[in-house]
Design a protein around this ligand. Structure first.
Ligand code: ASP
Length: 304
């Protein structure tokens, strides 16, 4: 039984992921290849190179990986000089006695393992950022207060959300989940989202299943969303029941009406679900019965 399940923005890497799975690649290599394709997509302003920057104009990336078989994991947060933060998270998992690196230390580690890259700010993302700070007359001076501007700008519905989620089961039954994001556009410098937080935006345990999140990351952190969903699967819930339960119990963020929140869930037996609080969210999937990967609508479930 093999499976490749992802957020819709992973479509660009799905055929490659399918080919790798069919050629016998490990779930970890498959997830990494698909995530990297999205991180390299300059047209995706929510992941990797081309991601929207924080309010000061610096791109800060978060990513994590979890190997469900061993429950080994790696995460990075606030990376600003590495175009492939997922590979950096994998290197944390494989080469360090740690699980998570943040900020300057993560960028240092990127240099050490040959993953450092140049500026991640791409012209279109830079122009969007500039429009935002000019529209709201944001004072970018040292120690100028930023909180009020962040509160307004991060609610811009055109530019706020997006993350790549990829879950794979390989021919040997290994289950791996991976996520990568530039986080909220115009976020406060140093803000870490759920993508960098194992248990919140990403969790895998091959005995039971895996779950990943996109959308309002603070809610995933506050609820331990991915870990909670896998725990429900361990208790016998279907993937759809486990995810719906998390979405139904999200706290109200108290920041307006829109609460975009989306999850993928895979049980150890390969059954899966993709849910969203919104109408328009989609996901990508390939399983051996399909000639080609498909993009489908998620099931909309109750928003808080
Ligand atoms: N979950 C991501 C974050 O909070 C953003 C998103 O997926 O929309 O950083």
């Amino acid at each position: 039984m093999t499976l490749l399940l992802a957020s819709a923005n992973a479509e660009i890497g799905m055929a490659l992921g399918r080919d790798l799975l069919l050629s016998g690649a490990s779930a970890l290599d498959v997830v990494e290849a698909v995530v990297r394709a999205v991180e390299d997509n300059a047209g995706d302003h929510t992941v990797g190179y081309g991601g929207y920057p924080n309010i000061l104009g610096t791109v800060e990336l978060d990513a994590s990986v979890m190997d469900g078989t061993t429950r080994a994991a790696g995460a990075v947060a606030g990376v600003s000089a590495c175009r492939h933060p997922f590979s950096l998270a994998r290197a944390v998992m494989e080469r360090l006695p740690h699980v998570m690196l943040a900020g300057a230390g993560a960028d240092r580690f990127a240099r050490e393992v040959g993953l450092a890259s140049g500026d991640l700010l791409e012209p279109e993302a830079a122009a969007t950022w500039r429009r935002g700070v000019e529209t709201y007359h944001v004072d970018l001076g040292d120690n100028a207060p930023l909180a009020d501007a962040v509160k307004t700008l991060v609610l811009d519905p055109e530019h706020v959300t997006g993350t790549v989620n990829v879950v794979a089961i390989d021919a040997a039954g290994r289950l791996v989940s991976g996520v990568s994001t530039s986080g909220w556009a115009w976020k406060y410098p140093g803000r870490v989202g759920d993508t960098g937080c194992l248990g919140a935006g990403n969790y895998a345990d091959a005995r039971y299943g895996a779950a990943t999140c996109t959308g309002w990351g603070e809610l995933a952190i506050r609820t331990g969303a991915a870990r909670r969903a896998v725990q429900s699967m361990a208790g016998g819930a279907s993937a759809g029941e486990a995810l719906a339960d998390v979405l139904a119990d999200l706290p109200d963020p108290g920041m307006g009406d829109a609460v975009p929140f989306h999850m993928l869930g895979v049980r150890a037996d390969g059954t899966y679900a993709a849910v969203s609080t919104t109408e328009v969210s989609r996901y990508a999937v390939w399983e051996p019965s399909m000639a080609a990967p498909e993009v489908r609508p998620r099931t909309q479930v109750g928003a808080p």
